[in-house]
Design a protein around this ligand. Structure first.
Ligand code: SIN
Length: 205
């Protein structure tokens, strides 16, 4: 897993310091460009907001990663001066992250790269489906090296920041609540997400 992260990081370094905007780096991730279709694993807004055409959608999970509200959002759920918080994945041996996988054509990545441009890099990963089958696909992950990364904070402090943040895509609280709802609909428990949701009410005016 880290080999893949490091190879993307090497690509980033070739392009210079990692900036907020990862579009140019992601364009170099051409591994699936010649495929007729590719599976994309979504674990955050990609679960509840599929604003792109897809051929098929299936609940899925990936291993070795855990979902955390540790990524700053300056472009969607916050602003440059008052970033919100959105999810990224953090490596954790033995962890399983549940989400939704979409089968898309490679042309969709132009739109997806733009949508995920604030620090997310396309990484190749094994995606596991509920029937026990698996396939290699892509996931967008914002590593701790990206400029928009905010890192760990208590669930209470994260809830406070989310309650106060709003950006062009709407209130940060909507992102959190939609994600929690989508995970419940999938029948998946996420202690971190649900604990932030529990604290949110105390900070909403
Ligand atoms: C994802 O949903 O898979 C990436 C993070 C996000 O866009 O919220």
């Amino acid at each position: 897993m880290w080999g893949r992260v490091f190879s993307v990081k090497a690509a980033a370094l070739k392009l210079g310091t990692m900036s907020h905007n990862t579009v140019d780096i992601n364009r170099q991730m051409n591994r699936f460009d010649t495929h007729a279709s590719v599976w994309l694993f979504g674990y955050g807004s990609l679960i509840f907001k599929a604003d792109f055409p897809f051929l098929e959608r299936r609940p899925a999970h990936i291993g070795g990663w855990t979902r955390r509200f540790w990524q700053g959002s300056h472009d969607h759920r916050g602003t440059e001066t008052a970033p919100g918080r959105v999810v990224t994945l953090v490596p954790e041996p033995g962890a399983v992250c549940h989400g939704m996988a979409y089968l898309v054509t490679p042309e969709e990545f132009a739109h997806l790269d733009y949508r995920e441009k604030n620090g997310y890099l396309r990484l190749a990963t094994d995606i596991h489906f509920e029937d026990g089958s698996s396939t290699e696909g892509l996931v967008y992950i914002a590593t701790h090296e990206n400029a928009a990364y905010l890192g760990p904070a208590s669930e209470r402090d994260i809830a406070r920041q989310i309650a106060a943040s709003c950006g062009p895509s709407g209130p940060n609280s909507e992102y959190l609540l939609e994600l929690a709802k989508a995970l419940r609909e999938l029948g998946k428990f996420d202690a971190h997400v649900f604990e932030i949701e529990r604290h949110l009410g105390a900070f909403m005016v």
